[in-house]
Design a protein around this ligand. Structure first.
Ligand code: ADP
Length: 244
């Protein structure tokens, strides 16, 4: 089932720049898609279109209303003077949920990101990876069927990123949400997603399915992972996997 779809959608900014040109893509319910491409190719613009933050000037976006979508950015954007719990629950308070409902969702979100013991901490007491976990928990607490993630782990060190990649995969399998994940990293895309959309100059140039065999063991050493890295690198015009 299609959760979200772009139908021949183009996006032009107020200054006349066409950031997306005639983009068609389907995002099935419960799927995990990576958007990969060089800086400036339109990845964030595509997410903004899917979130309803921008409107296409030609074509259409079909799918959920904006309130059903969780958005996670590279910056955790936490309020420095509010505790972890208060940062996570702020959107729920704004939406007007009951105190009981808010408490239930807070516990659930903290458990999902492994921060059950840090509800009362302030952002300055947390590492970069933990701040990103809070940001993820804040999005998950809204129980969105769709999570849009814009290079969320790009500023983190590699080991922290690997751990968050693993946890995100587990959360995705548990919550059965649809994830669309922007990354500069070929290896991160190959590790996380079931397919990658290769973008260039405001267009989707290629769709690459990522073979999921070997997921139950250490996927980073599985032949399917190596093959996916090679396929993505080739599509991007690189010889080896890595950052672009
Ligand atoms: P990416 O996420 O792949 O780096 P973006 O979607 O952020 O790319 O940007 C695509 C292009 O659109 C870039 O050339 C960028 O400068 C331009 N752009 C992005 N946002 C705006 C805006 N609000 N107004 C005008 N141009 C923009």
């Amino acid at each position: 089932m299609n959760e979200l779809a772009l139908n021949a959608a183009s996006l032009r900014y107020d200054n006349g720049f066409t950031a997306l040109n005639n983009v068609t893509a389907q995002f099935d319910s419960g799927s995990f898609t990576a958007l990969v491409g060089p800086s400036g190719c339109g990845k964030s613009s595509l997410l903004r279109l899917l979130a309803g933050l921008e409107q296409p000037f030609i074509g259409s976006v079909a799918g959920l209303a904006q309130r059903h979508i969780g958005f996670v950015f590279q910056e955790p954007t936490l309020l420095a003077w509010r505790s972890v719990a208060d940062n996570i629950t702020l959107p729920l308070q704004i939406e007007g949920h009951s105190p009981n409902e808010i408490a239930t969702r807070l516990d659930e979100a903290l458990a999902l990101v492994g921060l059950a013991d840090f509800a009362d901490a302030l952002p300055r007491q947390l590492s970069g990876g933990m701040k990103m976990r809070v940001s993820l928990a804040r999005a998950l607490a809204k129980r969105p069927p769709v999570l849009l993630m814009d290079e969320p782990f790009a500023a983190l060190d590699e080991l922290t990123r690997f751990r968050l990649d693993d946890d995100l995969r587990a959360i995705w399998q548990q919550q059965k949400c649809t994830i669309i994940f922007v990354t500069h990293s070929v290896t991160e895309a190959a590790y996380l997603a079931e397919r990658a959309l290769i973008m260039q100059s405001g267009e989707i140039r290629q769709e690459i399915a990522i073979d999921q065999s070997g997921r139950d063991g250490g996927f980073r050493s599985a032949p399917a992972f190596t093959a996916a890295c090679a396929a993505l690198s080739a599509a991007l015009g690189h010889d080896i996997g890595g950052e672009i």
